[in-house]
Design a binder for this molecule. Structure first.
Ligand SMILES: NC(=O)c1ccc[n+]([C@@H]2O[C@H](COP(=O)([O-])OP(=O)(O)OC[C@H]3O[C@@H](n4cnc5c(N)ncnc54)[C@H](OP(=O)(O)O)[C@@H]3O)[C@@H](O)[C@H]2O)c1
Length: 108
C-alpha cells in the first residue's frame, strides 16, 4: 500500500499514474487525521521532502520499526527557520524503535 501527498488534482493524477493507492491532498484533507484513521498500525517507510507540519504528521504516524528518510524540507527553504518547542524527537522514536535518516544525493 503506497500513499502520496500533493496539493492539486493535476498532481493527484500523476501520483495515481506512479502507482499511489491513496493520494492525500493536504489542502482538502488533514494529513495527520487521514494517516491515523486509515493506517492505524502506522507507516513503514516514508520519503519526506516538505518539512514542517507534514514532517510532524509523518513522524507521528510511523509504524513500529518504521523509517523516515528526510529527502528535503521545501516548506522552509529561504525562510526564517521555524523555532519549535516540543519534546525532543527521541520520545517519538524510542518507543517504536523507529528511525530517521537524511538523504543528500551528493553524498552518494
Ligand atoms: N536529498 C536530495 O539530494 C535532494 C535532491 C533533489 C531534490 N530534493 C528535495 O526534493 C524535494 C522536491 O524537489 P523538487 O526539485 O521536485 O522541487 P519542486 O519541483 O520545486 O517541487 C516542490 C513541490 O513541493 C510541494 N510543496 C509542499 N509544500 C511546499 C511549500 N511550502 N513550498 C513549495 N513547495 C511545496 C509542491 O507540490 P504540492 O503543493 O503539490 O505538494 C511543490 O510543487 C525538495 O524538498 C528538494 O529539496 C532532495
Amino acid at each position: 500500500m503506497l500513499f502520496g501527498t500533493c496539493s492539486s488534482q493535476v498532481k493527484a493524477e500523476l501520483l495515481k499514474e506512479l502507482g499511489c493507492d491513496r493520494i492525500i491532498n493536504y489542502h482538502t484533507e488533514n494529513l495527520n487525521q487521514v494517516l491515523k484513521q486509515e493506517y492505524p498500525n502506522g507507516i513503514n517507510l516514508i520519503f519526506e521532502c516538505v518539512g514542517k507540519e507534514v514532517f510532524d504528521s509523518c513522524i507521528n504516524n510511523l509504524a513500529v520499526r518504521g523509517r523516515l528518510v528526510v529527502v528535503g524540507f521545501i516548506s522552509e527553504y529561504a525562510k526564517t527557520l521555524e523555532q519549535v518547542t516540543q519534546p525532543r524527537i527521541y520520545h517519538q522514536l524510542f518507543w517504536k524503535a523507529a528511525s530517521v535518516r537524511g538523504f543528500f544525493m551528493p553524498h552518494y
